[in-house]
Write a protein that binds this ligand. Structure first.
Ligand SMILES: Cc1ncc(COP(=O)(O)O)c(C=O)c1O
Length: 288
């Protein structure tokens, strides 16, 4: 099954008075996250370009979701997959990756240490890496997929005023900004980020020393820095008002969207990357 065609729903209980808030529920993808989209396109490109040859092992540095999406594609297509991830990633993510047959290479530190180690392995000829941080298929998946679905499913006469989404590899924000700014030239793009010293799983700060080459931040109109505490409080509000159990990065998006709509009004479309299951053991919702 191809990823995509996830539901776009209204969050009536969370929208500040006089505003409207819509969310794309990305956990409706095959392995439960938005990252199934880039995984699919990167894998197809690797095959079609001939860069991923039959029998070649695959390697990826990932905080979890891209690895889970790629591990699914690897196992169903007969490739070995190694995932380089921080030791501190939640046990649920490691269990799911192992269940998909992936070999886990756990590293000390955070995502940047995983990227460095994966690059060393690739340089040593250990396998092929899609390299989500530098792969044009990552934003492309959102430009031709996610953003077009939003345009197709947007239920209001007037275009959305705001796009609110996470910044991690930059694939989501870059691709959706391209697609949505082409359809709705006045839409404002809000990047949701953690603080460097208070990381949230899957997300990156523009203040981080490593900025992914695929990220085009000239498309971003402003940024919201959200603490773990505020993100987790928004996860709870989401459960209590709409009944969805979202991941911490989705909580950060909800918090940012509520702040933006309270300040400037209008209508917002929010991209919610995954559900909360993978973070349950994280004492609660601890970041990686
Ligand atoms: C849970 C979660 N939230 C947000 C993101 C950020 O998305 P992107 O990498 O497209 O910027 C990711 C990416 O891995 C993620 O796994």
């Amino acid at each position: 099954m191809e990823p995509g065609n996830t539901p776009l729903v209204e969050l009536r209980g969370l929208a500040p008075a006089g505003t409207r808030m819509f969310a794309k529920l990305e956990w409706y993808n095959p392995t439960g996250s938005i990252k199934d989209r880039p995984a699919w396109y990167m894998f197809q490109e690797a095959l079609l370009s001939g860069n991923l040859k039959p029998g070649m092992p695959m390697i990826e540095a990932t905080s979890g979701n891209t690895g889970i999406g790629l591990a699914r594609l690897a196992i169903i297509n007969g490739y070995d997959m190694s995932i380089v991830l921080p030791k501190v990633a939640t046990e649920e993510r490691k269990q799911l990756l192992r269940a998909y047959g992936a070999n886990l290479i756990e590293v000390d530190g955070g995502p940047n240490d995983g990227i460095a180690h994966a690059r060393e392995l690739v340089d040593a000829g250990e396998g092929y890496m899609c390299y989500q941080y530098g792969n044009a298929m990552n934003p492309y998946a959102h430009e031709v997929g996610t953003s077009q679905e939003i345009v197709r499913d947007w239920p209001l006469e007037a275009p959305p005023d705001h796009l609110v989404c996470c910044y991690g590899t930059g694939g989501t924000i870059t691709g959706n900004s391209r697609g949505l700014k082409a359809a709705y030239p006045d839409i404002k793009v809000h990047s949701v980020e953690p603080f460097v010293e208070d990381p949230i799983s899957g997300m990156r700060s523009q203040d981080d020393p490593f900025q992914p080459p695929i990220a085009d931040l000239s498309l971003v109109d402003d940024r919201y820095e959200i603490t773990n505490d505020l993100a987790k409080a928004a996860v709870t509000r989401m459960m209590n008002t709409e009944g969805y159990f979202v991941g911490t990065s989705s909580g950060a998006v909800i918090e940012a969207a509520q702040q933006e709509l309270s300040k400037n009004g209008g209508t917002a479309v929010c991209l919610l990357p995954d559900a909360g299951w993978k973070y349950l053991s994280g004492a609660p919702w601890v970041a990686v």
